[in-house]
Design a protein around this ligand. Structure first.
Ligand code: C2E
Ligand code: MG
Ligand code: MG
Length: 402
């Protein structure tokens, strides 16, 4: 439990009535180190003169002289390490955009409140407050040199983890997605966001993908031999689709491993603009003719999802996690999620929701007719060895989720 009396709170709102109201609500909740201001300039001056910055700022967005967004920029210049709660009479979407802006500046936000702010809503947000030191470390984001990435590929330092995909209606596990990791001797487990881009830029992505495919197909065969019939999804970069040899490579790899193309799902994302589409189009069409499944990944982000949907015969659409988590309680997300699902259904495609993070997401999906679900609520990516036990425990628990 955090001792409320030690949390230093600053309230900034140009309306005297709101200042008084918020001050009273905070006092009633037991916060007694509260300072209020009705102008941004005055608040900044106070911060500059204080030894310690406030732990928490309740900030109105709409103020005549310095608005809330501008105030946040001044906080960033001062390397503010406390938290923020945004308050405004603006609509929900405007507030969410403002929260995103604040987060982009790496300032912790406990959330936002729409005026008139109720004491209950405020106390829910206040309960999320944690002292700066207790917050999760942000993780060092290193940039690796192409040579290091290449060495990792050739020296066997890449390993696939697998994240389960389950059928929403029955809860049954139908497949897994292979997600590559780099077991770095010094930095520990390095995630793909930190090296896929480098591999793409330096012409290493084909070599990387072949390693991932080799391991995943061999693993699919092991599961198959053990009686576990799982679809295995592989992530392809558009750069993998630049050379026509890729079709033969994938086809030969599947037959060498002794698995049917029907078991393999190829997930395609367009992370950057393609120069010409005719070769990727030919490759994907031929892979589809050979009965590999094609999936459009991160749908709704990227450069031209609708164009891809028009031109490429995908079997599966994965709604990006940015439109899934929280969709049940957010009108904007729900509208985009629903439109993506309906588009897929009209095109006869299977739908997968990624980023199912909590029970509310899962319940929401169940009401929408989405086919498959994937996300931390179901399981985080894990090593191949952990998959069989995880399936057993998931299936033992399924009734609780139906
Ligand atoms: P993706 O294909 O969209 O994979 C899903 C990512 O979301 C994975 O991150 C996964 O760990 C994460 N995730 C899963 N469930 C949840 C959830 O409930 N909440 C949240 N917030 N995240 C969740 P990961 O493993 O870091 O991979 C990131 C991206 O890197 C992948 O996104 C994929 O585009 C790319 N990638 C991974 N492996 C490969 C590969 O072998 N080749 C290529 N070209 N790209 C790869
Ligand atoms: Mg994927
Ligand atoms: Mg995705």
């Amino acid at each position: 439990m955090v001792d409320k009396s030690v949390i230093r709170i600053l309230v900034l709102d140009d309306e005297p009535f709101m200042l008084k109201l918020l001050g009273q609500v905070l006092a009633n909740l037991g916060f007694n180190q509260v300072t209020t201001f009705d102008r941004g300039g005055d608040a900044l001056e106070w911060i500059d003169l204080s030894d310690i910055p406030p732990d928490l700022i309740l900030l109105d967005l709409n103020m005549p002289e310095m608005d809330g967004i501008e105030f946040v920029r001044h906080l960033v210049q001062r390397s503010y390490t406390g938290s923020l709660i945004l308050i405004s009479g603006e609509d929900e979407r405007m507030l969410q955009t403002a929260v995103k802006l604040v987060r982009a500046h790496k300032i912790a936000t406990l959330g936002h409140l729409r005026k008139p702010a109720s004491p209950e809503a405020l106390s829910v947000l206040l309960a999320k407050w944690t002292p700066y030191r207790q917050r999760a470390p942000r993780g060092v984001y290193k940039t690796y040199a192409a040579g290091e990435v290449h060495a990792a590929i050739t020296n066997g330092l890449l390993v696939n983890h697998y994240q389960p995909k389950v059928d929403v209606a029955s809860g049954k596990v139908v497949g897994v997605e292979a997600l590559v990791r780099w077991r770095h001797p010094r930095d520990g487990m390095v995630f793909p966001d930190q090296f896929i881009g480098i591999a793409e830029e330096h012409g290493l992505i084909d070599e990387l993908t072949r390693v991932v495919i080799g391991e995943a197909f061999a693993q699919a065969r092991i599961w198959q031999d053990g009686g576990l019939h799982l679809h295995v999804a592989i992530n392809l970069s558009m750069d993998n689709l630049a050379s026509l040899e890729f079709v033969d490579y994938v086809t030969d790899a599947a037959s060498a491993a002794g698995i049917a193309p029907e078991v393999i799902v190829l997930e395609v994302t367009e992370s950057r603009l393609m120069k010409g589409m005719s070769i990727p189009l030919e490759i994907l069409t031929r892979l589809r003719l050979k009965r590999f499944s094609l999936s459009i990944d991160d749908f709704g982000t990227g450069h031209s999802s609708l164009t891809q949907l028009r031109d490429i015969p995908f079997d599966e659409l994965k709604v990006d996690q940015g439109f899934v988590h929280g969709a049940g309680s957010n009108d904007t997300l729900r509208a985009i999620y629903g439109a993506s699902l309906s588009l897929a259904k009209h095109l006869g495609m299977r739908t997968v929701a990624e980023g199912v993070e909590d029970r509310a997401d899962w319940n929401f999906l169940r009401s929408t007719g989405c086919n498959l679900a994937q996300g931390y609520f179901i399981a985080k990516p894990m090593s191949a060895a952990e998959i069989p036990d995880w399936i057993t425990s998931w299936e033992a628990d399924i009734e609780n989720l139906m």
